[in-house]
Ligand binder design. Structure first.
Ligand SMILES: C[S@@+](CC[C@H](N)C(=O)[O-])C[C@H]1O[C@@H](n2cnc3c(N)ncnc32)[C@H](O)[C@@H]1O
Length: 233
């Protein structure tokens, strides 16, 4: 997938050598759910998490407000919109690309209930779960698809981090321009014991630069939603 965020209508459609949802998804999910990652945390993500903890402690010391993650938020346009839509909530936009998070100023909204940080979600999700954070909502908008069959384990629903997505709970919403990604995500959620709904998605106005680019190129979006309740560990 191109990393040049070009908003004109020339985004190429996903091409893949996969004929249907990858048949290993249930097996991969079960394996990942049975394991707990022991990997050391990345330093800059630990610092980013501390920053978010300090921010949350300051504006919501009793942790009473609903918490929303906008994971892989890119420039954080959606983060600002979600924060406007849910003024009672605290919204954290997370992306590993500093190139993108530094552009956020351009998309910023004048509300104090959100924050955009540069961090790796693999570590950020695990840190948040270890701190016993529970989400009210979790957005994952247009994650990198890794359409090659051999790269299936790089997709969020087929890698170790999927367990933390589940454990963080909340109402999960994933969008993609690749229908197969959304179908596979639903299979993974069902394997973990959570019924999921997939549907074509459209809106009056795009929520993110990638969404805008796909729609301008005549591509449609797909969405999977799921209510995650905490698992017994
Ligand atoms: C296709 S872009 C979508 C960005 C944004 N949600 C949008 O729709 O405009 C995928 C984003 O995922 C981010 N990303 C990929 N792996 C990540 C990781 N491990 N941690 C945090 N962000 C990651 C990339 O930096 C990129 O900004």
């Amino acid at each position: 997938m191109s990393h040049h965020s070009n908003e004109s209508g020339n985004s190429r459609r996903i091409t893949t050598n996969q004929l249907g949802p990858h048949e290993k998804i249930p097996q991969l999910v079960n394996r990942h759910l049975a394991n707990t990652s022991q990997k050391p945390f990345n330093q800059h993500t630990m610092e980013a998490f501390k920053q978010v903890v300090a921010w949350r402690d300051k504006i919501d010391p009793t942790a009473a407000r609903p918490l929303i993650f906008d994971s892989c938020c890119g420039v954080g346009e959606s983060t600002a919109r979600i924060a406007e839509r849910f003024p009672d909530a605290l919204v954290v936009g997370i992306d590993k690309s500093e190139l993108r998070t530094l552009k956020h100023d351009h998309y910023a909204q004048n509300t104090a209930n959100y924050m955009v940080v540069r961090a790796d979600v693999n570590d950020f999700w695990r840190l948040a779960h270890q701190a016993n954070w529970q989400l009210a909502q979790h957005f994952l908008l247009y994650p990198n698809p890794y359409p090659k069959s051999a790269h299936v384990q790089r997709r969020w629903h087929a890698c170790a981090a999927f367990k933390d997505i589940i454990l963080l709970g909340g109402c999960l919403e994933v969008r993609s321009n690749w229908d197969m990604y959304v179908q596979e995500f639903a299979i993974a959620l069902q394997t973990a014991g959570f019924p999921a709904t997939t549907k074509e998605y459209s809106g009056a106005k795009a929520d993110t630069p990638f969404e805008r680019k796909y729609w301008a190129s005549g591509q449609q979006s797909w969405r999977v939603t799921c209510q995650l309740s905490p698992l017994d560990q």
